[in-house]
Design a protein around this ligand. Sequence first.
Ligand code: PLP
Length: 455
Amino acid sequence: MAKTTEMMDTARAAGATDAAGATGAAASDGSSAAAGRRAAGEASEGGAWDLAEIRAQFPILSREVNGHPLAYLDNAASSQQPLRVLNRVERYLRREHANVHRGVHQLSAEATEAYEGARRSVAAHAGTTDPSEIVFTRGTTEAVNLVASSWGDAFIGAGDEIVLTKMEHHSNLVPWQLLAGRTGCDLRFVDVTPGGTLDLDDFDRLLGKRTRLVACTHVSNSLGTVNPVREVVNRAHAAGALTLIDGAQAAPHMLTDVAKTGCDFYAFSSHKMCGPTGVGALWARRELLEEMPPYQGGGEMISDVRLEGSSWAKVPHKFEAGTPNISGVVGFGEAARFLADLGPEAIAAHEGVLKRAVLDRLDEIEGLHLYGPREERTAVFSFTYGDIHPHDLSTILDQRGVAIRAGHHCNQPLMDHYGISATARASFFFYNSPREVDALCDGLALAAEVFGGIA
Ligand code: PLP
């Protein structure tokens, strides 16, 4: 039962301190890290990474599900929010709410400052010094749709080519299919190797004189593969194409340095990085935003409106038509500051230790097939287990309080590539503990007993 805890004790030298044990089950209301630790019966060792203290900041992690401590392993779908974000949103709603950018009264000024302050925090997270390069959207999906509609409709024509990969989330595929339907452009797809990495030779073969854009995920939401985006961007630029990187699964876990990446567009979502749902961001180079036409029309995005025609507000407001999701944006900004305070290196160190522990444990399970590479991956694990249907696995695990996801994960072409219809997916975040790795593996053992069918 405590196998992974022991393994991680050994791995602690790698830089992550684990004091969690059963903390997730025991901390009662998340208001006191010390209380959480006492209730867990474990003393924190302090130091740079105090997992008990971190977990105590997430009230939901202390609840029980089906009589068991919750082990929340569906972070690739959506992460949980810490008190800091919940409190910031509440404070905004209780004390600062008004419409932004419009009023001259005090509340409107405070709401505008909260909203634009969030833009500065999200810009810092993305690695740009220019907050006006951040456009708030409903999420990664809308950010990609914005580029496909605005940039795509303006600059793409029949016969032009857009290169995607076979591991794209539907959000970075369907908007391009719609654009192809409107313009007659062609879509090309980079192959995925059996090991779950991009086939860069195939990529080189697909790049050509007609390639206008390469749109590629930074991290695969099914395989956990961390793609070599710098290399992808360099090769695309050498072919004269622009690049869009889908950062939905990268922004929560690693430094998102758009300048270092060298890409032209980068999309990410708040709710996968400890922020509220229904909000996200598009980062784009300023010159591109300047030359792109508006995405939607309405209030906020205009400079001057006459019956005969209108002119547009400056970037980024040109792309933010209508009253935005102000409280969501405020929470998004707080989440970005929260992650910055934890430190991307510390987050990566703890997740790295969890990742190695999970890989070692899953390796020991006969009949379990894990998809994706061993190196250059995040702590997202898609697998099949004997003949047990992923939904059955998920149901058994849920009875033990372990939340994983089963299905195609919005990656149907990738599932087709592997000749399967679904996988089970356990995805970890910095607040997960070794006890939760044990809970996952114990639940899998139970599923094998209940269903049999393990080859
Ligand atoms: N891209 C990737 C890689 C994802 O994992 C997801 C969500 O799971 C998305 C895009 C879509 O994100 P959202 O639903 O927040 O728009």
